[in-house]
Design a binder for this molecule. Structure first.
Ligand SMILES: Cc1ncc(COP(=O)(O)O)c(C=O)c1O
Length: 405
């Protein structure tokens, strides 16, 4: 083969014996340093290890709520419990329905099931992978007691439409913002746009204490109810043995509060890096036939980029399925995965929902099915790498497309 012929040959991809394109993997996670150590030791030596005696959890709750545009925040042990406590504080229980998306983590649904409510799963909008507001309205009934949109990967849902529907029917909106720290809609941080918002600080999350969660709100009465639920039925201004409701113990520890305070200080800088990375990926991947970055609405003024999502069209890759692409992409050095399976098709949820609410409680969600067959996720830890890595990721995808088309 002549030199000229060699030049026009497609570059060999790794699974065919070529060299990996991407030289850096995801950053080591979680990131921590002297600030976390300083605050953790402060808790240790203070002897105040519980929210009942210390001030770290309270300080974090205030700082995070302010960062996220809300007056009040109640920190809890996980995002799952944040959702559960929020549903309880909204007075939701047996006989009630909540409307949510089928394209989400299982906790969005199990929180409803835990309080005895029926999760009604609606389909997604194909461009954004977020809940389709039109489908929300179609499935509203007199039993609907909350709409629970999920900002998947940090991509804000169409909150204009969802809040408008909620207002028109008198149904509160609980934002599952468990992946959306710092995301904003029309300049307003998410989680503070509905009646309340739930966030997770689990280990894989952009800000973490290993585990943790928070509910934020601008509604004082809601805040007092949820504060009481999380703290054994006490009242914010009441005594240690004064209990106005049974409540429960959903308190976060001071250790988590300390780490989260330090993590929150790191978040704005990391957000800027992820934003830049996402821009490079969108510009590059969007040019490759068969790859379509997930749409971020113009009204979404900030995104956490917990996940970078794009759709894969096998037709432009010689008919090779998503699994083949993920393997080839991973071999090039790109940490990636497929996204969610629709929640209402998963056995754990389907069986419970059918047993409790009848066979017709599980309805088809064709767009979420299509998303499961075609979406690729790149994790936030890879987005923290530099411009060169992002260019390499784009190059790796182009190489595969070229080799297979
Ligand atoms: C969309 C969504 N909702 C809820 C949760 C539950 O949060 P946690 O794992 O902190 O309980 C998660 C966590 O992965 C999530 O991604």
């Amino acid at each position: 083969m002549s030199r000229e012929e060699e030049k026009t040959m497609p570059e060999r991809i790794v699974i065919d014996g070529g060299n990996p394109t991407v030289t850096s993997g995801p950053v080591e996670w979680p990131i921590h340093g002297e600030r976390e150590e300083e605050l953790l030791l402060k808790v240790l030596h203070s002897g105040h290890w519980s929210e009942l005696s210390g001030d770290m959890v309270q300080e974090f709750s205030q700082r995070f709520s302010a960062f996220q545009g809300a007056i009040y925040g109640v920190s809890v042990p996980s995002g799952t419990l944040a959702l559960e406590a929020a549903l309880q504080a909204l007075g939701i229980g047996p006989g009630d329905e909540i409307i949510t998306t089928s394209y989400t983590f299982i906790a969005t649904a199990t929180a409803a099931i835990s309080v005895g409510a029926k999760p009604v799963f609606v389909d997604i909008d194909a461009a954004s992978n977020c809940i389709d507001p039109f489908k929300v309205e179609e499935d509203l009934t007199a039993r609907t007691k909350a709409i629970v949109p999920v900002h998947v990967g940090g991509n804000p849902c169409d909150l204009d439409a969802i809040i408008e529907i909620g207002n028109r029917y008198g149904v509160p909106v609980l934002e599952d913002a468990c992946q959306a720290w710092g995301s904003a809609w029309n300049g307003q941080p998410v989680g503070s746009i509905g009646v309340c918002g739930a966030f997770s600080f689990q280990e894989s999350k952009n800000i973490t204490a290993g585990e943790g969660g928070i509910v934020i709100t601008n509604d004082q009465a809601f805040y007092e109810r949820i504060w009481s639920i999380h703290n054994c039925g006490r009242h914010p201004d009441g005594g240690l043995f004064e209990h106005s409701t049974p409540g429960t113990n959903f308190r976060m520890t001071e250790w988590q509060g300390a780490i989260l305070l330090a993590q929150l200080e790191r978040l704005p800088g990391q957000m800027r890096r992820r934003q830049r990375s996402a821009e490079i990926l969108t510009a590059g991947l969007g040019e490759i036939p068969g790859l379509t970055p997930i749409k971020i609405d113009n009204r979404a003024t900030a995104c956490s980029w917990h996940l970078y999502q794009f759709r894969y069209d096998a037709g432009k890759f010689g008919g090779r399925g998503l699994g083949d692409f993920l393997n080839a992409f991973a071999a090039e050095g790109v940490a990636c995965s497929a996204g969610y399976e629709p929640l209402n098709y998963q056995k754990a949820i389907r069986d419970v929902v059918k047993a409790r609410f009848g066979d017709d409680a599980v309805t088809p969600v064709p767009q979420a099915e299509a998303a499961a067959r075609s979406t690729v996720w790149i994790p936030q830890t890879l987005l923290l790498r530099d411009d060169e890595t992002m260019e390499q990721i784009v190059h790796a995808a182009a190489k595969i497309q070229h080799a297979w088309s």
